[in-house]
Unconditional design. Structure first.
Length: 703
């Protein structure tokens, strides 16, 4: 303990120089005497080397009356305290620091009691000191021993304070804070254990005790070595003869509990897998950044919304453990390219967020976005597999309209969606055009929910003809939107929304059921067992885990010939995850249904798919149909596709036939099947049935 720690104990705190043996009962000194008489320790006051007061505990141990010890030299009361001397001595003449001592206390019977304690200077000018002692060994009075045994057995650290001076501490106090009882005795507890920033607490707690009878708080206190400990502090009054004489402080160490709470708080605000802040903490930090931006108009902040491209395929092909390792590695790479003051967070699934502060312009956001893209270009080592994983990034810079963190994150999300639509592996910065698009998207979602809830949709059928003889081969089933006024619209604008929201799963399942029932009806009633109905599968439908199971239920319920059911899958869907696509195609083929590649020829990739995949039908992209009447390489490509189909035993369907010239050219090249507005628009089921009965359409026979 540093020198001067106890200088607060001065004569003006307790005016011992006014004490005498015959103080009036109603005086302040009389009340102080009652307080000292109630303490379970020996208390002596000495002035100029003579004892001028002893409390009740001391008088009881000495067995003396007041007149027998008043003004006796200290060395006659406490033997062995000083070497022999002819003149009375003051215990402390130079140092104000309390010091421990050991001495013998002679009783009237002549028996000696060992005592130990501290003596402290009260007033150097008046040469006054206070001696606080207790019996050494096991010679304590039963009352004193019982009280000390009770206090010593308490697990809480207990301090008894009078007039801002420590009168007693139990062993738990020494264990918790590191001060011995002698070091603490007489000191101001604020100097001992209260940190500088918490000095106001003691006065506040004592005031609460005076008003309410007790007070409690969770706070920190300081050990002898200067370490801070978390404690639960309970303060109550020290009552003597019905009057408050001081305060009793009880401290309980809650450090372990605080650590658990801190860990739980951390876990509640951080992603368990990556250790990054979660969405809740990220939004909180964005909110703080927006508030800070209003104070510094010359600087702003920006939010990045990241989504891994094709992450689902990594999970499906390599397993969830590999997916988790991928997410952890992405988090590490984000940390490596950001500044310490920036925040990277995992928002959920394979989505990450980044908050960048103290930026001056959109150019700063460009730099960060390119840095992130560059960091993700290196293949990921996932359990020995080199995995390429691009990332789509949306960027939004805080502006006047961003009054809350959700709005800024929403705009970054919209920009990310645009980046993904444009092929992924790139970033897009939010602007008003995207906001308009988002508004349109929301309106489309509202319309879609209304259409589905009110069942304002129907399945129409567009004929597919044999170009050589004009006979109907089958129909392509297409969704149509029946508006409230009776008009019919294409479902083209609502299908992407259904796919984005996942509603395409249930919608597609119902479409398959309806088409199977329709095929059953036409097969039995129209005597056309060779009629084929085609169903388009979206990406979500094709890769849905229960897709094949639902198909089997529909086939079993209707009993149709599975080979009369043709599923169309776009070449982009097949290209997303070729290995998984092959497995799904094989499961569908095992159900004996037929498979078609839709919009074949929009890129060069399907040429290889046509050879390797179990495909029965190729539906040429409408652009190839238009090329049928051109010359040069485009015409050669159309001829090659038709020839390749014949060679592989695959039927070729020309889509989008709109002119007689196209129809004639395709027929001369040997294209087997065709559909388009020249031949027939999509028809309601009843009109399509009449066309089946007729048997032939608008295609002239080439027989």
């Amino acid at each position: 303990m540093a020198e001067g720690k106890r200088t607060r104990m001065a004569a003006e705190v307790i005016p011992w120089n006014t004490m005498s043996l015959n103080l009036p009962e109603n005086s302040d000194s009389a009340q102080q005497q009652e307080i000292l008489d109630a303490l379970p320790v020996l208390v002596f006051l000495e002035r100029a080397g003579r004892i001028v007061y002893a409390n009740a505990e001391a008088r009881q141990m000495l067995g003396l009356t007041e007149g027998e010890w008043v003004h006796r030299p200290v060395e006659e009361v406490l033997w062995g305290l000083f070497p022999g001397t002819a003149e009375p001595q003051t215990l402390l003449t130079a140092s104000k620091r309390g010091s421990p001592f050991h001495a013998m206390l002679p009783a009237k019977s002549g028996r000696l009691f060992p005592v130990e304690g501290t003596y402290s200077l009260l007033d150097a000018e008046l040469r006054e000191a206070i001696i606080v002692a207790h019996l050494g060994g096991r010679e304590k009075a039963p009352k004193s021993r019982l009280m000390e045994d009770v206090l010593s057995s308490m697990p809480e650290a207990v301090v008894i304070v009078h007039a801002n001076h420590v009168l007693y501490t139990n062993p738990a106090f020494s264990k918790l804070f590191g001060y011995t009882a002698d070091e603490a005795s007489g000191a101001d507890p604020r100097d001992l254990i209260v940190p500088e920033t918490r000095q106001f607490e003691n006065a506040m707690l004592e005031k609460t005790v005076d008003e309410e009878g007790r007070a409690s708080i969770e706070t920190v206190r300081m050990t002898r070595d200067g370490d801070l400990v978390d404690v639960a502090l309970l303060v109550g009054p020290l009552m003597v003869d019905g009057a408050k004489a001081g305060y009793v402080f009880s401290y309980r160490d809650i450090g372990d509990r605080k650590q658990v709470e801190a860990r739980l708080q951390h876990d509640a605000m951080h992603d368990v897998l990556t250790g990054l802040p979660n969405r809740a903490l990220f939004l909180d930090r964005v909110s703080i950044a927006l508030t800070r931006r209003t104070r510094r108009r010359d600087q702003s902040c920006g939010v990045f919304f990241l989504d891994l491209d094709h992450f689902k395929e990594i999970n499906d092909s390599l397993g969830h453990a590999a997916g988790d390792l991928m997410l952890v590695t992405v988090a590490e790479r984000l940390r490596s390219v950001l500044r310490p003051q920036d925040t990277a967070a995992r928002l959920g699934g394979d989505e990450f967020g980044v908050l960048v502060e103290s930026i001056l312009s959109v150019n700063d956001l460009d730099i960060v976005a390119n840095r992130i893209l560059e960091a993700m270009q290196t293949p990921f080592d996932i359990f020995g597999h080199a995995v390429d994983a691009a990332v789509s990034i949306g960027v939004a810079m805080a502006g006047p309209d961003h009054i809350g963190p959700e709005l800024l994150v929403r705009d970054a999300d919209l920009a990310m969606y645009r980046a993904k639509q444009d092929g992924g592996g790139r970033f897009e910065i939010f602007d008003k055009r995207l906001e308009i698009h988002a508004t349109t998207q929301q309106e489309r979602e509202r319309e879609l929910h209304e259409v589905l809830d009110k069942r304002q949709y129907e399945i129409w059928y567009q004929p597919i003809y044999r170009l050589m003889d004009g006979r109907i081969e089958g129909f392509e089933s297409l969704l149509r939107w029946r508006r409230a006024d009776g008009s019919v619209d294409s479902f083209r604008d609502l299908l992407p929304v259904a796919e984005d929201t996942g509603l395409s799963i249930s919608l597609g399942r119902e479409t398959v059921d309806t088409v199977c029932r329709q095929l059953q009806e036409w097969t039995s009633s129209l005597q056309r067992p060779d009629l084929t109905l085609t169903v388009n599968l979206t990406y979500r439908q094709f890769y849905h885990p229960d897709m094949v199971g639902q198909l089997k239920k529909s086939l079993a319920a209707t009993g149709i010939d599975p080979s009369r059911l043709l599923f169309e899958i776009s070449e982009t869907t097949l290209s997303e995850n070729p290995d998984l696509a092959v497995a799904i195609l094989q499961r569908l083929v095992d159900c004996n249904v037929r498979m078609a590649i839709d919009n074949f020829g929009s890129s060069l990739a399907p040429l290889n798919q046509l050879v390797t995949l179990p495909i029965d039908v190729v539906k040429m992209d409408p652009r190839l149909t238009v090329a049928a009447t051109s010359t040069g390489r485009q015409l050669a490509l159309v001829q090659s596709v038709i020839h390749l189909g014949h060679t592989l035993g695959v039927q070729v369907v020309a889509q989008g036939i709109e002119t007689p010239e196209q129809l004639d050219a395709l027929g001369r090249m040997g294209c087997e099947l065709g559909q388009g507005y020249l031949l027939s628009y999509a028809l309601e089921a009843t009109h399509a049935q009449k066309l089946v009965v007729q048997g032939y359409g608008a295609v002239p026979s080439r027989a």
